[in-house]
Design a protein around this ligand. Structure first.
Ligand code: UFG
Length: 342
């Protein structure tokens, strides 16, 4: 019988790509999502790419009784928890929404996994836990800094909840994957990022500008202490990121590693500036982006990129896609969306 994996938030951007890679790797998947910031079209996309009737349950992980019924119904041993609110700015304005949603859903998950003897939890964490690092690139040993947003704080708190719970429950294992900046889309252009309203993140703003939906991209600050003055990030292809989940899941199922709770950076190890990303997009897709230099955005850190060597070595995982391929896939996805609108 096939191994089943619960994917909470599986209709979202990273969750949907991970569902595809899990199925490609021979797993069965159950998607649970409350559709608060996602779309059933993503589940349809996963079904079309894989040719499989993937079960979908519209469940809010904060609703413990509804969530529990899912455990009664499906025999998964592992859960990947993507379901969370993720907008940094919104979290500053509505901290209680973030604490309630992100913490309640995760507490429910961990308790239900314990109560139903389901041993493996994979948690979506973020490089935001490192804050503005003193040294680059960051390793898993780089100290976490006090969170600069309620969103970031929920990531730190959930990591701690997982670490402490695993320590207290001998049958359980947990991995927190610290994502750097996920971008791109599935090469089929059937799933990708679906920003609601004005995009807050760089690449969706770039693709929408290229598509004529936005007039002009604002580059937030060109006077940072970096070679070209713009901020540096580690942009990781969403398909590569999805595959890191499959590798981490194998590690837990095979009980590799002496620690039952582990943390891995998931990045490329390559720092790319905002200007480099914009220029790279223009080159990969042979078009021009209308942009201007705008004031710095409050709360932005200057630079962060990953040392992914632990994940490379222990998970046998590497980021494989080139930035050019990723930027091309992002544009293909934008074009697909525009066609769908029309
Ligand atoms: N940027 C622009 N113009 C835009 C949007 C972004 O210049 O219109 C710049 C930002 O100032 C920043 C870079 O592009 O320098 C990347 O910004 P994003 O908003 O795409 O990504 P962030 O690094 O700010 O945030 C991301 C995730 C968060 C996560 C964080 C971890 O969105 O969820 O990485 O560091 F917490």
């Amino acid at each position: 019988m096939k191994e089943t994996v619960l994917v909470t938030g599986g209709a979202g951007y990273i969750g949907s790509h991970t569902a595809v890679e899990l199925i490609n790797a021979g797993f069965d998947v159950v998607i649970a999502d409350n559709l608060s910031n996602s779309d059933l079209q993503a589940v349809e996309g996963v079904r079309r790419i894989t040719g499989r009737e993937i079960p979908f349950e519209q469940v809010d992980c904060c609703d413990r009784e509804a969530f529990k019924r899912l455990f009664e119904r499906y025999e998964f041993r592992s859960a990947i928890h993507f379901a969370a609110s993720k907008a940094v700015g919104e979290s500053v304005e509505q901290p209680l929404k973030y604490y309630r949603n992100n913490l309640t859903s995760f507490l429910n998950l961990v308790e239900l996994m314990r109560d139903f003897h389901r041993p493996n939890i994979l948690f979506s964490s973020s490089c935001t836990v490192y804050g503005e690092p003193d040294k680059q690139p960051v390793t898993e040993q780089t100290p976490r800094k006090p969170a600069t947003s309620p969103y970031g704080n929920t990531k730190q708190m959930c990591e701690d909840i997982l670490r402490d719970s695993i320590a207290a429950i001998p049958e359980m294992r947990g991995i927190a994957l610290r994502y750097f900046n996920p971008i791109g889309a599935h090469p089929s252009a059937l799933i990708g990022e679906l920003p609601r309203g004005v995009p807050q993140n760089l690449l969706p703003y770039v693709t929408q500008t290229a598509a004529g939906i936005r007039e002009c991209l604002s580059i937030f600050g060109d006077d940072y202490p970096t070679p070209d003055g713009t901020c540096i990030r580690d942009y990781i292809d969403v398909v590569d990121l999805a595959r890191a989940h499959v590798a981490a899941l194998h590690r837990m199922l095979e009980k590799r590693g002496t620690e039952r709770y582990e943390v891995f950076n998931v990045g490329t190890g390559r720092g790319v500036s905002v200007l480099e990303l914009v220029k790279g997009f223009e080159k990969a897709n042979n078009l021009k982006i209308n942009y201007r230099i705008a004031p710095r955005r409050a709360g932005d850190i200057v630079a962060i990129w990953a040392d992914p060597s632990l994940a490379n070595r222990e998970l046998g995982w590497h980021a494989e896609r080139t930035l050019e391929e990723t930027l091309h896939a992002a544009w293909e996805w934008q074009c697909h969306l525009d066609r769908r609108e029309k």
